[in-house]
Design a binder for this molecule. Structure first.
Ligand code: ADP
Ligand code: ZN
Length: 619
């Protein structure tokens, strides 16, 4: 057995390497440089943790892990210590005596892995320490996590990352591994240039996340839909709900709490302390639902997030994929669930149109939004489209809403033409544009105050679409907006109020002339899939357990919560749900029977084996 595989078994308790891990680890153990592009949850940490241990055992000294996420270092080091690996961190949360202590242990060669923030790594003091280690051949490996922080184009730009190339210049013989979950080429080129990784071997994984089920529904009453979704499928489980604005975060969190769901708000407008407190609770407690703006996310490596919900549409597929990617890092089943509606399309389009950006930049933003709209309106496999967007070809996945329940399609061409000619005629007759509600009222022939005020019942298109339901017309309008066949214009009233009106565009013509058809998914919300799992359904990890197994699982979780509290660590650092479920299923009577359970490394077996058996027997 290779040393790397023994470390995987003995230290981490895992049976197999995942995907490309083995190739990466072999390359780095042998002293090569690597740039690793792997999706969230792909298993990047082991790509440097295993080499760190193997190289340390071979007498090569310490691995330095550069990470921008100070808040997470404590937990990451805690996880390594739990697995019996000598690890420590250096960052601004340590006081002076603690810092000195870590530095001394580093110099004495007692550490296998040291985590440090980028601004720390490049200080003279730290460089002097590294010089000392290097001179004695005890600087084994440099790992640069979240490597995309070097890129000015990303939203996580950290100027200190630019200075990390200094390490390469100073210690050219020390291998480096840089890792990121950001896939696009621009960022990749920035990483290579910024970190001087021209000679590194590039490892690109598939960005597919097969355990995530993508679902997109029509937005009707987002709050009620969300509560139903959580109650039916994820009661008591951890999840993230993304909203567009702070106000909406507050409203949603409150409403979920009122519905008896343990929800917490998170947005940039909250005091830093409260934000931190909510994040800690999310990481440490079981089953918290975080309602957040996109300010919440990077560095949340909680593995058991069972769903990510979007109640407002993100700006583009990159954002959507990054946010949904936070679900199911542990590889167990997870949901990416979004509701979207006409108003989302209108809002996003207008935000681009009204923005200050240069016209060519706006065109890029529109293109990106269109790709997301096409995904939302798609009647074929969502995953195929997502992966295609990132340049990967794939076959229908069998694990998205469209694969599981192919939606019925109807021909909306006639309705589209009626809507477009109404938009045209209304403008001609009244000299101004109107919003979606009024346009649909005219097409459906409704006798409203506004219709009478403008005498719109006299238009030739008044009532031509009586047979269409409002939801059908909404769907058509959404599709027309997605196609760019309808534009949005914001009108400012004297009163200071403003509203969005619909206008014709260049893209309207082919639809009006009948040259371009409009195909729509049937409104699916009424026919929402009846899910097998109900309120009392067991959590994903324990789904296959019989009744006694469930009881053991619950007891193990209660025990784990106690241990986690004592050690001041998140529960998943002690054992993953999947490990507890495997123990509950095996129902072991001896330490021997605990061996080989995934996630049960040698150190954990020694530390917790007896207690686990006691819990099992007592339960
Ligand atoms: P990333 O940093 O790429 O998002 P992590 O390194 O946090 O992913 O790994 C995600 C989860 O998968 C972690 O909980 C980790 O313990 C688990 N994991 C990684 N590699 C393996 C493996 N070979 N076998 C089993 N579990 C693994
Ligand atoms: Zn699919």
């Amino acid at each position: 057995m290779s040393p790397a595989l023994s470390v995987l078994h003995d230290v981490f308790g895992y049976e197999h390497f995942r995907g490309p891990q083995e190739g990466i680890i072999d390359h780095v153990v042998a002293g090569g440089d690597a740039l690793v592009l792997m999706p969230t949850g792909g298993g990047k940490s082991l790509c440097y943790q295993v080499p760190a241990i193997v190289r340390r055992d071979a007498g090569r000294g310490v691995t330095i892990v550069v990470s921008p996420l100070i808040a997470l270092m404590h937990d990451q080091v805690g996880a390594l210590l739990e697995a019996g690996v000598e690890a420590a961190f250096l960052n601004s949360t340590l006081d002076w005596p603690q810092t000195l202590d870590v530095e001394q242990r580093l110099s004495r060669g007692e550490l296998t892995t040291l985590y440090a923030a980028p601004e720390r790594v490049t200080t003279d003091r730290f460089i002097a320490l590294l010089d000392g280690l290097h001179a004695r051949g005890q600087l084994s490996l440099i790992a640069i996590d979240e490597a995309h922080c070097v890129s000015q184009w990303g939203h996580d730009f950290r100027p200190e990352y630019r200075q990390l190339s200094l390490l390469h210049q100073r210690y050219p013989d020390v291998p480096r591994i840089a890792l990121t979950a950001t896939a696009d080429e621009l960022t990749r080129a920035d990483i290579v240039a910024g970190l001087q990784l021209q000679d590194a071997r590039l490892f690109i994984s598939s960005f597919d996340r097969p355990n995530i089920r993508y679902r997109i529904e029509e937005k009707k009453e987002p709050l009620a839909q969300l509560i139903r979704f959580i109650e039916r499928e994820h009661l008591g489980e951890a999840g993230v709900v993304y909203c567009q604005s702070r106000k909406r975060v507050e409203e949603m969190a409150k409403a979920l709490q009122d519905a008896g769901i343990s929800a917490l708000p998170y947005h940039a407008g909250l005091p830093a302390e409260l934000r931190q407190q909510h994040q800690d609770r999310f990481l440490r407690e079981d089953g918290i639902v975080m309602v957040a703006t996109i300010a919440f996310g990077m560095g949340i490596d909680k593995p058991d997030v069972r769903f990510v919900a979007h109640v407002d549409m993100p700006k583009n597929i990159e954002g959507y994929y990054q946010e949904t990617g936070r679900a199911g890092r542990d590889g167990l089943a997870a949901d990416a669930w979004m509701v979207y509606g006409l108003q989302d399309v209108v809002n996003q389009r207008r935000m681009i149109d009204d923005g200050d950006a240069a016209e060519e930049f706006k065109a890029v933003l529109r293109g990106k939004l269109d790709a997301l709209l096409a995904l939302a309106e798609a009647t074929d496999c969502r995953r195929v489209r997502l992966l295609q967007y990132f340049g990967e070809e794939s076959a229908p996945c069998g694990n998205c809403d469209n694969c599981l329940q192919p939606p019925a399609v109807w021909d909306g061409t006639d309705a589209a033409r009626k809507l477009l000619s109404t938009i045209y005629r209304v403008h001609q007759a009244s000299g101004i544009s109107f919003g979606t509600g009024h346009i649909m009222d005219i097409v459906r022939g409704k006798d409203t105050e506004k219709v009478r005020q403008f005498s719109h019942q006299q238009l030739s298109t008044f009532g031509v679409g009586k047979d269409y339901s409002e939801s059908q017309l909404r769907g058509v309008l959404r599709q027309l907006l997605a196609l760019g066949a309808v534009g949005v214009q914001r009108v400012l009233l004297d009163s200071g109020h403003s509203f969005d009106t619909l206008t014709l565009t260049e893209g309207s013509r082919p639809v009006l002339r009948g040259e371009q058809g409009v195909q729509l998914r049937e409104a699916t919300a009424q026919a929402a899939p009846k899910r097998a799992r109900r309120a009392a359904a067991p959590p994903a990890a324990a789904a296959n357990l019989d009744q006694n197994g469930q009881v053991r699982f619950i007891n193990l979780k209660a025990w784990r919560a106690e241990v986690a509290r004592e050690h001041n660590l998140p529960a998943y650092v002690i054992f993953h749900d999947a490990t507890l479920a495997a123990i509950a299923e095996r129902n072991p009577a001896s330490t021997q029977e605990l061996q080989g359970i995934s996630g049960m490394g040698a150190k954990k077996l020694e530390a917790y084996g007896a207690e686990v058996l006691r819990v099992i027997a007592g339960g």
